[in-house]
Design a protein. Structure first.
Lengths: 325, 533
């Protein structure tokens, strides 16, 4: 178990480093951030001075060495735009994104699994068919358009929910969260639904397929023959067995919801990390983009690890060990 | 019922009861300032935010005409010496009085800002010496005659020396002032600690990406602010910003998309439009031979004035304004709109005449035209890529087979500065509001030492015009300077050194019950928003 964990960590360090090199060179190749940041009124002398202030006058390899040197000391550089510590800037946006992603995850699980099981139990009924039709809409309508429609319906026409922003927050252990205030929750609802729609459809399909398959299995027949109540068969035995693919997919999707909720965050002006990433790419704010993607890789590795550990809980047959080729 | 609606209702009731009761204003902005430090980043959103909290010696009004700010007068004593008389009875947000020492402290601090992506030293480097004659009289010396001094003094906000720990006198020197222990850091402004100015509003709260909240400064020297608190919310996407206005979450938004203006009006909201100081222009490579984006000839056709003139005549500016800009723009005949300093009264845009353009092109030796690629950003100016496409079609009609290479701003500026485009579309906003700004940057022969031609990527060169610009920039007398700037402007337009297309018109949209004063510099200021009636 411990060896397994250590080996996984070792691999992840390599992936994070490779990511850093790729992104660093990639952003460098796009353009010079000074072209975007500097006032057009600045003359050539001021332009050169600004380039020197941000350390962009040095050759690429030298800039990279400076980056590596401070990265090893835990400093991922300062944002070109905001002049604040890049990692700190990203982490300051993390709570907003996390609460959005987790609420969306909850919606996806608590809406998707029951609906999917229902559709799996009664595949030919009107209910089952309409659930599946609905999930197709969730899949195929563009996220951006869904968000705009939600705003149009609930904010502009019915005026029951706010159109965007984060609303009131309270401090919990020094972190500003909005899900504990009524106003904050109202602001959280629409973006969370927007983010959850696609995932919910995904979960519905997985749960339905799993349920249909499980219902034909011998253990279900046996349970029936034994005289167990149908509710117990479905809620305990079937539910547990269909969870493995659902957990796998949701694990991966949680990562992408945290790191790349760009569209939802832009549409709802939600001050999260995805919004920061897209702004930073537009400004060629290299320290932030590099730090962000390194953090993302790390996040995916941690989530994958958590998913593996969760398998053990769900299915005692699974053992964590290295697969050797 | 949502809180903001409730607030609106409450404040509306309050207005009906008594007009002086506290009110709140929420503004949806399209870009957020990168910091609240007034000297950190010389860029539109920062400069707009600065004006609420930190005032400057000279004010620049909605038409960018100068008027007294913290200085009640500014007069040249001789060609290189200026006397600024400062306003008495002005207090900073912390209660300390405003004196000449604060101005010196500010000018000392500007070059010391760490990691500034675009420094304000461009507006203070002309200052060679400062002398505090008495607490409310300041003498400023320049190296050579420098007429732009008051104009540039309208660009930087004044900090308090006392609030930043200065107790004695400050000795000014360009290489570092004496009498100052330390300067406030950029973070201290974001946290509000150092955000002490003399402005009509003062700092209340700043959460990056979420909101900037300002509150009324009750001790303001110039009267009472209209709003008890003002909240700026960055909503960068156009659609959601409009939706926030329609939903009543914000009271006013900047830059609503042109195609949405009709809808906004039909829903009972108001739209204000104002001519801006930004000209959209085409620049042509007038140095390279051959030029990278030109095919079908090994010469550079743009070196021939007849070709440049033919292209200008081939462009139907009225059609661009009407069809692509929805009428929200004005065809340009110069680099600054009519009425601003240094413009020629009555200067009109080139007349559209494709037949004459064809003839002129044949005369110049290109009866069958040539191939051309125009570079353009696609996310920087209003409908920029569509405008370039329209220009390309118009040029193709007179025989110049034109293609468009439209890319995102970061890539566009990199390639433009590497002279990869034979012709490109870009825009210029004259932040000083006078003709010297576009002339010096866009068409003067590039010269690093003089700071000329910094954005002249067409490398147009006209030594006679350079001389006139140089003379204008050394003439302190306003009337004489304006005449010289007019002369230089006419020289470049008659030489077709650059092709102005149109001036952008900036739209704002807001709820009923407000009035708003549009600004030439495109800034969205709460100072210009008033309850109507």
């Amino acid at each position: 178990m411990l060896v397994y964990l250590l080996r996984r960590l070792g691999q992840s360090v390599f992936v994070v480093a490779a990511m850093a090199v790729l992104v660093f060179v990639g952003v460098y190749a796009i353009g010079n951030p000074i072209d975007i940041l500097i006032s057009p009124e600045a003359d050539q002398i001021e332009r050169e001075a600004a380039i020197a202030r941000l350390g962009l006058d040095k050759p690429l390899w030298q800039q990279f060495l400076i980056f590596v040197e401070s990265a090893l000391q835990g400093d991922l550089g300062r944002s070109f735009v905001y002049s604040t510590d890049a990692l700190g800037l990203i982490l300051s946006k993390l709570p907003a994104t996390l609460e959005l992603a987790f609420l969306a995850l909850l919606i996806a699980v608590f809406l998707g699994v029951p609906l999917g099981m229902l559709a799996g139990l009664k595949p030919d009924s009107v209910v089952g068919k309409s659930i599946m039709a609905g999930s197709i809409l969730g899949f195929s309508l563009p996220n951006f358009w869904q968000g705009m429609m939600l705003i149009l319906l609930f904010a502009v026409i019915f005026k029951v929910l706010p159109s965007g922003g984060r609303g009131d927050t309270v401090e919990v252990f020094g972190v500003a969260v909005s899900f504990l205030t009524l106003d904050g929750l109202a602001h959280l609802l629409l973006p969370a639904v927007n983010l959850a729609l696609f995932k919910t459809s995904l979960v519905i399909r997985l749960a339905r397929a799993g349920t249909r398959e499980a219902m034909l299995q011998d253990y279900v027949k046996f349970a029936r023959a034994k005289g167990l109540r149908p509710s117990r068969i479905v809620l305990v035995h079937v539910a547990k067995n269909i969870m493995i693919p659902v957990v796998t997919i949701l694990g991966l999707e949680l990562g992408s919801m945290i790191a790349f909720a760009v569209v939802t965050e832009s549409v709802f002006a939600w001050p999260g990390m995805g919004k920061l990433l897209i702004d930073s790419i537009q400004h060629l704010d290299r320290p932030v983009v590099v730090a962000y993607l390194m953090l993302t890789v790390f996040l995916f590795i941690v989530i994958n690890l958590a998913v593996d550990l969760l398998y053990c809980v769900l299915d005692p047959r699974v053992r964590l060990s290295e697969v050797r080729a | 019922m949502r809180k903001s609606t409730l607030l609106c209702a409450v404040s509306l009731a309050a207005v009906l009861a008594s007009p002086a009761v506290a009110q709140e204003l929420t503004i949806g902005v399209s870009a957020e300032p990168s910091a609240l430090d007034p000297h950190y980043h010389n860029l539109g959103p920062n400069n707009a935010m600065r004006r609420h909290m930190f005032e400057s010696l000279v004010l620049s009004d909605e038409n960018q005409r100068l008027s007294p700010g913290l200085a009640i007068s500014y007069e040249p004593l001789d060609d290189t010496t200026w006397e600024f008389k400062l306003r008495e009875g002005v207090k900073f947000h912390d209660g300390s009085p405003f004196t000449a020492r604060d101005v010196v402290f500010t000018v000392c601090r500007i070059p010391t800002v760490e990691n500034s992506p675009s420094s304000f030293t461009v507006y203070t480097k002309a200052i060679a010496g400062m002398e505090v004659k008495d607490p409310h009289t300041l003498i400023i010396k320049t190296d050579s005659p420098y007429p732009l001094l008051p104009n540039e003094a309208s660009s930087w906000g004044i900090l308090s020396a006392t609030a930043n720990g200065v107790t004695g006198d400050i000795g000014f020197s360009r290489d570092g002032c004496t009498g100052i222990d330390s300067y406030p850091k950029t973070e201290d402004f974001n946290s509000g600690k150092a955000a002490v100015g003399t402005g009509m509003y003062k700092f209340k709260e700043f959460t990056r990406g979420e909101k900037v909240v300002l509150e009324r400064n009750d001790d303001y020297w110039g009267g009472k602010a209209d709003w008890a608190t003002v909240t700026f919310r960055p909503i960068t996407s156009d659609g959601p910003r409009v939706a926030a206005l329609l939903a009543g979450d914000v009271d006013l938004i900047e830059n609503p998309p042109l195609q949405d203006l009709e809808r906004i009006k039909s829903e009972g909201f108001q739209v204000a439009q104002g001519l801006s100081n930004r000209v959209i222009y085409l620049h042509m490579d007038q140095l390279g031979e051959p030029s990278p984006g030109i095919t079908g000839t090994d010469k550079n056709p743009f070196k021939d004035i007849r070709v440049r003139k033919a292209m200008s005549m081939a462009i139907n500016r009225d059609a661009i304004v009407e069809r692509i800009m929805n009428g929200v723009a004005v065809p340009a005949g110069e680099l600054l709109p009519q009425g601003m300093f240094g413009t020629t009264p009555g200067a009109e845009a080139e007349k559209y005449d494709p037949e004459a353009a064809k003839k002129l092109l044949a005369e110049a030796g290109y009866p069958n035209g040539f191939g051309l690629t125009i570079g353009s950003p696609n996310d920087r100016y209003i409908n920029d890529a569509q405008v370039t496409q329209a220009v390309a079609q118009m040029l193709t009609r007179i025989g110049i087979q034109t293609q468009v290479d439209a890319v995102t701003a970061s890539t566009f500026f990199k390639r433009r500065n590497a002279f990869e485009f034979s012709m490109y579309l870009a825009g210029w906003g004259a932040s000083t509001g006078e003709m010297s700004s576009p002339l010096r940057a866009l068409v003067a022969t590039p010269d690093k030492a003089k700071g000329y031609g910094g954005t002249n990527a067409g490398r147009y060169s006209n030594p006679e015009m350079d001389a006139v610009i140089g003379k204008a920039l050394a003439t302190v007398d306003d009337d004489k300077r304006e005449a010289l700037l007019r002369e230089a402007s006419q020289m470049v337009i008659e030489d077709y050194g650059i092709l102005p297309l149109h001036y952008e018109v900036t739209p704002w949209a807001f709820r009923k019950g407000l009035s708003f004063v549009p600004r030439v510099d495109q800034y969205t200021l709460a100072l210009g928003v008033k309850p109507a009636g």
